[in-house]
Design a protein around this ligand. Structure first.
Ligand code: 0A1
Ligand code: ZN
Length: 873
C-alpha cells in the first residue's frame, strides 16, 4: 500500500481531515455542444464565499480530470492561463485573482466521450450520450468543486445533431427546445432543487418513451417516462408499474411526495453499477429496466422492482438530504436499502424477503467483514471512493437502520425520520445529525449504539442456557474479532429478538427484544411451566453470527414449530450446515434430515417461496466460511463433494415427493411475475434441481421437456441450468437452441454465458476460456464481463478453485486486461480473491501468486491497486 506520504492520485483521504468548502455555489449554468470526439462544455458558476470559513480570502480550488482547457473568465474578464495553476487533479485560481467574496466563473472545456471507456463522466454507450457522476465523475465534465456538500440549482442547455440525438435530457423540469441551423437542435432543463454535482445527469440519443402519469397525494401531476432504445418499448411496463407503486409507498410509509413535474428513467447498456439516482433523471443499467416474460426471470422482475424503488426513494434519502462527504455514504445508501427492503417486503412476502436479504448479507457482507477488505459502515479513510460502494456500506448500513427501528419501535422510527426530513431538507448531512434526530425524537441515548457505524467486523454471539424448573436463564456473550486497523473491539448494543417455545411446539413466551449491551449479560424468564426451546435472533434482528450448539432433534423441532419464519428457515440451514461439516469430517447423512425436509415440503400451509428457500442447501462459499469459523481451513473439493452428496441424497430420498410437488406447483395461464406465481415456480424448479441431483432418466426427461415447452425465461433457464450443470447429454443441443433464439439480445446472452460459467465441472476454466472467444462476449461491456468472468469467479467454486490454479489464472488474466479499460469494474470483480486466506495452503499459495501478479502490473489503476493491496494485507 502506498504510504501516508503518497501524494496526488494515490493519496489517502481521511474523515478526520474534513474541512467545510471555502466557496459555495449559488447557481450553475451548463451549455453542452455534443459531439462524440469533441464535446464542448461551457460552465457559468456563481460562487460565494462560505460564511463558515474564516480568515483571509481562500484560493478557488476546482477539481478536474482529463479535461482540455479552452478558456476561462471571472465576472466576464478573461483569465490568462498563466494565472491558473493546473495539476493532474484540477486547477487553482489564486485568491489574488478573485475579485471579491462573490463572482461568476466561466470556463470552457473540451472532452472526448467516445474514448471514455471507464464509463465515468460523459461517455457514449452504443451511440447514446450518457453520464455517471457519482462519486467523482463530474470533474471529468468541467472544473468544479466536486464534493457533495457543495449544492446548487442547475440550468442546462444541450445542443446536438438532431438526426443522431433526437432526445436531449437532463435533470429537473423541461424548458425551451428548438431547431438550429445545420441540422442541430437544443433543449433546456432547469432543476430548482439545489444538488451536488454527483447527481447531475445528461442523456442524448435515439430513444423512445414509455409514458404514464402520477398524481401525488397533494394533487401534483407528474409525467413519468421510461426511455429505452427503439425496439425495447414493450419491455418497460414492469419498471413503470414498479415506479408508480414506489411513489405511492413513499407517500404512505414515509409521507414523502415527489417534487418535480417529470420523473424519468433511462436504460443504458454500458453501466458500471445497477442504477443511479440523478435528480429527476435516473439512469439505469438496462438489465434493471427491460423485462418481458420471454427474456426476464422472476428474479429479474423482483430486482427491477427493488432497484426502481431504491433509486426513487433516494429522491428524499440522498437527493433532498445528501451526504456531507463520501465517508457518510451509508447515510443515503444504508437508509435507502432499508427502505427498498421494506417496500419489497410489503409488496411481496416479508419473511421471504428477509431470508433473501440475510442470505445476501451473509454471502457478501459477512464475507467482506471477516476478510482483509473489512471496514466500518462509515469508513474513516479511503484511496479510491468508488471502492467503497460495498456490501458493508449498503447492506450492513441497512441492518444498522433496521436495528435502530427495532430499538426505538415503529412509532419512534417514524417520528425520527419525520424530524430528519424536516430539519435537514436541502442539506448535506452526517451520521451524527441523523442519529441526533433519533435521540431528539425518542429521548433515547444512542451513543453506544453509534459504534455500529464505526466498528468493523461481524460480532459473534454465543449463548448458554440454564433451567431451574421454573426459570429459564439465557446468557448471551458477544465478541467481535479484530479487523484491519481495528485490533480491539468494544461491545455493541445488539437487539436480540427472542421467543420461547414449549415442548409441544406452542409459543410459551412471545418475541421480546433483549438488549445486549455488555460483553456478557443474562436474561431471565420466570414462571414457565416447562423447559422451553429458545428461538434466538428472530427475524435476524442483528447482523451477527449466532454460535449455538444444538442437536439434530432440536433443529428439526425448530424447523417444524418455530412461528418465526426466519428462524424456521435458519434451523433448516443450520441442520444442513451441520450435516455438511460432518460429511467433510468423514461422517454420514442421517435419514432424519430428509424426513424433516419431506414434512416441511408437504406442508401446504407454507408459502411455496418459503419452502423453496428451505429446500436450498448452503453455498460452497458459505460452507468455506463455516469451516473457517470453526478454526479450520477450507478444502473446496471436500466442500463440493459434501454438498453434492447431500443433494443426491435428498433427490433419492424424496424422489417421488419432489416429482409430485413439482407437478402440483405448475402455474397455469399466462405468465405473471407476481410473488405468488414466482414462488410456485421457485419451488417447482427447486424440486427439479434435486430430482436431477439423483440423476434418474425421468429427471433428465423432465428437465428437457421443461426447457422445450417453457413459455417464460424463469422455467427455461432453470431447466437449462440443471442440464448444463450436470453436463447432461441434453444440455448441448439446448444451449445451441438458446443461443440461436436469443443471439440478438445481449441481456439474454448474459444468461447463456452465466449458465455455462457456473457449471461445476472439472474443465470449467477451459470452457470459460473458450467462451471468451465467442462473439457474444463483448468484454468491454460490464454486464458481459460480469456474466462470464464475474460469475465464474464467485459462482463456480469448482472451476475457480481448481487445484491446478487454472481458474485463478484465468480470472487474473482478464482482470489485467480489463483494468486499463474500466478500472471500476475490474476492482469490483477483483474482490473475488478476498477469501484467499480461508483456503488450504495449496490454494492460498496459488491465489496469492495471482494477486501478486496483478499487483506487479506496471500501470495498474488506483482502483484495482487499492483492492489488491488491501487483500494481500
Ligand atoms: N448511488 C447508486 C449506485 C451507484 C454508485 C456509484 C456509481 O458509480 C461509482 C454508480 C451508481 C445507488 O445506490 O443506486
Ligand atoms: Zn443507492
Amino acid at each position: 500500500m502506498r504510504t501516508d506520504t503518497a501524494t496526488g492520485a494515490d493519496r489517502k483521504i481521511r474523515l478526520a481531515d474534513y474541512r467545510p468548502p471555502a466557496w459555495m455555489i449559488e447557481q450553475v449554468r451548463l451549455d453542452f455542444d455534443l459531439a462524440p470526439r469533441a464535446t464542448r462544455v461551457r460552465a457559468r458558476i456563481a460562487f460565494r464565499r462560505n460564511s463558515q470559513a474564516e480568515g483571509a480570502r481562500p484560493d478557488l480550488r476546482l477539481d478536474g480530470r482529463r479535461l482540455t482547457f479552452v478558456g476561462a473568465s471571472i465576472d466576464g474578464a478573461p483569465l490568462d492561463q498563466q494565472a491558473l495553476s493546473f495539476d493532474a487533479e484540477g486547477l487553482t485560481v489564486p485568491a489574488a485573482a478573485l475579485p471579491g467574496d462573490s463572482f461568476t466563473w466561466e470556463c470552457e472545456t473540451e472532452i472526448d466521450p467516445e474514448t471514455n471507456t471507464e464509463l465515468e463522466g460523459l461517455y457514449l454507450s452504443r451511440n447514446m450520450f450518457c453520464t455517471q457522476c457519482e462519486a467523482e465523475g463530474f470533474r471529468k465534465i468541467t472544473y468544479y468543486p466536486d464534493r457533495p456538500d457543495v449544492m446548487a440549482p442547475f440550468t442546462v442547455r444541450i445542443e446536438a445533431a438532431a438526426a443522431d440525438y433526437p432526445v436531449l435530457l437532463s435533470n429537473g423540469n423541461p424548458g425551451a427546445t428548438g431547431g438550429l441551423p445545420g441540422g442541430r437542435h437544443f433543449a433546456e432543463w432547469h432543476d430548482p432543487h439545489p444538488k451536488p454535482a454527483y447527481l447531475f445527469a445528461l442523456v442524448a440519443g435515439e430513444l423512445v418513451a414509455h409514458e404514464d402519469r402520477f398524481t401525488t397525494a397533494s394533487g401534483r401531476e407528474v409525467e413519468l417516462r421510461v426511455w429505452v432504445r427503439p425496439g425495447d418499448e414493450d419491455k418497460c411496463a414492469y419498471a413503470m408499474d414498479a415506479l408508480k407503486r414506489s411513489m405511492r409507498w413513499d407517500e404512505t410509509a414515509y409521507g414523502r411526495e415527489y417534487d418535480l413535474d417529470v420523473f424519468q428513467i433511462v436504460a443504458v447498456d454500458d453501466f458500471n453499477m445497477g442504477a443511479m439516482e440523478n435528480k429527476g433523471l435516473n439512469i439505469f443499467n438496462s438489465k434493471y429496466v427491460l423485462a418481458s416474460p420471454e427474456t426476464a426471470t422472476d428474479a429479474d422482475y423482483e430486482r427491477i422492482e427493488s432497484i426502481v424503488a431504491h433509486e426513487y426513494f433516494h429522491n428524499w434519502t440522498g437527493n433532498r438530504i445528501t451526504c456531507r462527504d463520501w465517508f457518510q455514504l451509508c447515510l443515503k445508501e444504508g437508509l435507502t436499502v432499508f427502505r427498498d427492503q421494506c417496500f419489497t417486503g410489503d409488496e411481496r412476502s416479508e419473511p421471504v424477503k428477509r431470508i433473501d436479504d440475510v442470505k445476501l448479507l451473509r454471502a457478501r457482507q459477512f464475507r467482506e467483514d471477516q476478510g482483509p477488505l473489512a471496514h466500518p459502515v462509515r469508513p474513516e479513510e479511503y484511496i479510491e471512493i468508488n471502492n467503497f460502494y460495498t456490501a458493508t456500506v449498503y447492506e450492513k448500513g441497512a441492518e444498522v437502520i433496521r436495528m435502530l427501528r427495532t430499538l426505538v419501535g415503529e412509532d419512534g422510527y417514524r417520528k425520527a425520520l419525520d424530524l430528519y426530513f424536516e430539519r435537514h431538507d436541502g442539506e448535506a448531512c452526517t451520521i451524527e445529525q441523523f442519529r441526533q434526530c433519533f435521540e431528539d425524537a425518542t429521548g433515547r441515548d444512542l451513543s453506544d449504539f453509534a459504534r455500529w457505524w464505526s466498528q468493523a467486523g461481524t460480532p459473534r454471539l454465543s449463548m448458554s442456557e440454564d433451567w431451574d424448573g421454573g426459570t429459564y436463564t439465557l446468557t448471551l456473550r458477544q465478541q467481535t474479532p479484530p479487523t484491519p486497523g481495528q485490533d480491539s473491539k468494544a461491545p455493541l448494543v445488539i437487539p436480540v429478538a427472542t421467543g420461547l417455545i414449549g415442548p409441544d411446539g406452542a409459543e410459551l413466551v412471545p418475541t421480546r427484544v433483549l438488549e445486549l449491551r455488555e460483553a456478557e449479560q443474562a436474561f431471565r424468564f420466570e414462571g414457565l411451566p416447562a423447559r422451553p426451546v429458545a428461538s434466538v435472533l428472530r427475524g435476524f434482528s442483528a447482523p451477527v453470527t449466532l454460535e449455538r450448539q444444538l442437536d439434530d432433534a432440536t433443529r428439526a423441532f425448530l424447523l417444524a414449530h418455530d412461528i418465526d419464519p426466519f428462524n424456521r428457515w435458519q434451523a433448516g440451514r443450520d441442520y444442513a450446515v451441520a450435516i455438511a461439516l460432518r460429511l467433510i469430517a468423514g461422517g454420514t447423512i442421517p435419514n432424519a434430515w430428509a424426513e424433516a425436509l419431506g414434512r416441511l415440503l408437504a406442508d401446504d400451509s407454507l408459502d411455496p417461496a418459503f419452502r423453496a428457500l428451505a429446500l436450498e442447501l448452503p453455498g460452497e462459499d458459505e460452507m468455506a466460511g463455516e469451516v473457517v469459523t470453526r478454526g479450520g481451513l477450507a478444502d473446496p473439493d471436500a466442500i463440493h463433494e459434501a454438498l453434492r452428496a447431500m443433494r443426491a441424497h435428498l433427490g433419492g430420498a424424496l424422489g417421488e415427493a419432489l416429482a409430485t410437488l413439482r407437478a402440483r406447483m405448475a402455474v397455469t395461464g399466462p405468465y405473471s411475475p407476481d410473488a405468488g406465481a414466482a414462488g410456485r415456480r421457485a419451488l417447482a424448479n427447486r424440486c427439479l434441481a434435486l430430482m436431477l441431483a439423483a440423476d434418474t432418466p425421468e429427471a433428465h426427461r423432465a428437465a428437457e421437456a421443461q426447457f422445450d415447452a417453457a413459455d417464460n425465461m424463469t422455467d427455461r433457464i432453470a431447466a437449462l441450468a440443471v442440464l448444463v450443470h450436470a453436463d447432461a447429454p441434453g444440455a448441448t443441443p439446448r444451449l445451441d437452441a438458446f443461443l440461436k433464439a436469443w443471439e440478438h439480445d445481449p441481456l439474454v446472452l448474459d444468461k447463456w454465458l452465466t449458465v455455462q460459467a457456473t457449471a461445476p465441472l472439472k474443465d470449467a476454466a477451459a470452457r470459460v476460456e473458450a467462451l471468451t472467444g465467442h462473439s457474444a462476449f463483448e468484454w468491454k461491456n460490464p454486464n458481459r464481463f460480469r456474466a462470464l468472468i464475474g460469475s465464474f469467479a464467485v459462482g463456480n467454486a469448482v472451476g475457480f478453485h481448481a487445484a491446478d490454479g487454472a481458474g485463478y489464472r484465468l480470472v487474473a488474466d482478464w482482470l489485467l486486461r480489463l483494468d486499463p479499460v474500466n478500472p471500476q469494474t475490474t476492482a469490483r470483480v477483483a474482490g473475488c480473491f478476498e477469501t484467499w486466506r480461508r483456503y488450504e495452503p495449496g490454494r492460498q499459495a496459488l491465489m496469492r501468486a495471482e494477486l501478486e501478479r496483478i499487483a506487479a502490473a506496471p500501470a495498474l489503476s488506483r482502483n484495482t491497486r487499492e483492492i489488491v493491496e488491501r487483500i494481500l494485507g
